[in-house]
Write a protein that binds this ligand. Structure first.
Ligand SMILES: Cc1cc2nc3c(=O)[nH]c(=O)nc-3n(C[C@H](O)[C@H](O)[C@H](O)COP(=O)(O)OP(=O)(O)OC[C@H]3O[C@@H](n4cnc5c(N)ncnc54)[C@H](O)[C@@H]3O)c2cc1C
Ligand code: SF4
Length: 338
């Protein structure tokens, strides 16, 4: 373990003051990702700023009819919050599909957005990895790439973003509220995570010195016709091979609005406006869903060990859309076992 300075922040202003001008400092919230990365020598901060005492633990209604979730609300508390369960059940389902109860009890909303990829080469400091060490190469492209991207990858990196919660937040078109020494700003969820391009070391558009203070959900929650479907190598405690969040607004059997977002397939939660356009005004049936899935996967590209994901993503998309249309979501937040 490396030597580092440990400090506590008292409020948001104190936190941003403590991190300003130090690109090697890191905030720590639940610590479920950062501490593992430090133990494995992947992250080497010279200063760790504990933000767990900041007053960012509220879930509140917004004047516009949405919901504001503080950055330090634990994943468990998001999933079991009555307003989330009632108005945004796709978010509750997605959170409950991630990690384990113990981890969700520790993990924070802000930390979930900023968790790093699970590409095993990223964690293995004995191998080249452009995300960990820019310019060193990508071991996954010609290596073991079963879990890797089929959409939006680059020659520099084919990693995927591992979060379940973020797939639902992309679907719901959340916004991310951030603060820094130079003020506050709001980032659309679609702009928060990045594709790897030639800068895979940057996962997000969060700037150095910025802290996430909250995630805000707009009023539309698709509480009636939704689903979160996650396919993984075992039934729990595993990252997604493919996951799909769906929200439909139906008028009888006709789709007024249809959205879907995929996890486990790209460097960010994946939405495709053209594929969603295939749903609008169409009957909610298998042919419509198959057309949308075909558009979504038109440009998908597999590597030696993950080509199966293209067909898996297609079938998952059709199944998730079908479940949502029938009002029979795959997974609901399980009853309290905390
Ligand atoms: C064994 C295991 C299995 C898992 N399985 C899943 C899974 O199936 N699905 C899933 O979605 N996740 C899974 N996770 C990941 C887990 O959800 C994340 O580790 C967790 O959400 C991170 O939150 P945290 O509060 O612990 O973050 P931390 O580890 O404290 O921080 C993570 C990063 O975020 C930064 N950070 C934290 N809060 C803020 C803030 N407010 N502002 C700015 N920066 C901040 C930190 O500096 C750090 O870089 C798993 C984790 C483990 C260990
Ligand atoms: S896929 Fe990305 S994270 Fe994995 S080895 Fe390649 S550069 Fe590193």
């Amino acid at each position: 373990m490396i030597n580092f300075q440990y400090t506590r922040a008292n409020d948001v202003a104190d936190a941003v003051r403590q991190i300003a001008g130090n690109p090697n400092a890191k905030f720590v919230a639940g610590g479920t990702n950062l501490i593992d990365l430090m133990k494995m020598d992947v992250e080497r901060p010279n200063k760790v700023i504990d933000i767990t005492r900041l007053p960012l633990k509220q879930v509140e209604n917004t004047p516009g009819g949405g919901l504001r979730i503080g950055a330090l609300v634990r994943n468990t508390d998001v999933a079991y919050h009555p307003l989330v369960e009632e108005r945004y059940p796709v978010l509750a389902s997605a959170v409950m599909a991630g990690a384990s109860h113990q981890l969700r009890n520790m993990a924070s909303t802000g930390g979930n957005l900023l968790q790093r990829t699970r590409c095993h080469y990223f964690y293995d400091i004995g191998t080249p990895c452009n995300k960990r060490e820019p310019g060193s190469g990508c071991s996954a492209i010609d290596g073991h790439n079963r879990m890797h991207a089929i959409l939006g990858a680059s020659d520099g990196c084919i990693a995927v973003h591992p979060s379940d919660m973020c797939v639902a937040l992309a679907l719901l078109e959340a916004t991310v509220h951030v603060s820094s020494a130079s003020g506050d700003r709001v980032i659309a969820f679609s702009e928060f995570h990045r594709l790897p391009g030639d800068t895979p070391q940057r996962d997000t558009n969060l700037n150095a010195g910025e802290i996430i203070t909250a995630v805000e959900l707009p009023p539309k929650g698709f509480a009636k016709n939704y689903t979160y479907l996650k396919i993984r190598d075992r039934l729990s405690y595993a990252f997604a091979l493919v996951s799909v969040a769906v929200g439909l607004e139906l008028d009888g059997d006709t789709i007024k609005e249809g959205r879907f977002a995929l996890g486990g397939v790209a460097h960010k939660p994946w939405r495709d406006p053209q594929a969603e356009a295939e749903l609008r005004g169409q009957p909610a049936n298998a042919a419509t869903f198959a057309r949308a899935a075909d558009v979504l996967l038109h440009d998908a590209k597999g590597y030696a060990h993950n080509t199966f994901k293209i067909d898996l993503a297609r079938r998952c998309t059709v199944r998730a859309l079908t479940q949502a249309a029938r009002g029979t979501p795959q997974s609901q937040s399980a009853k309290k076992i905390v």
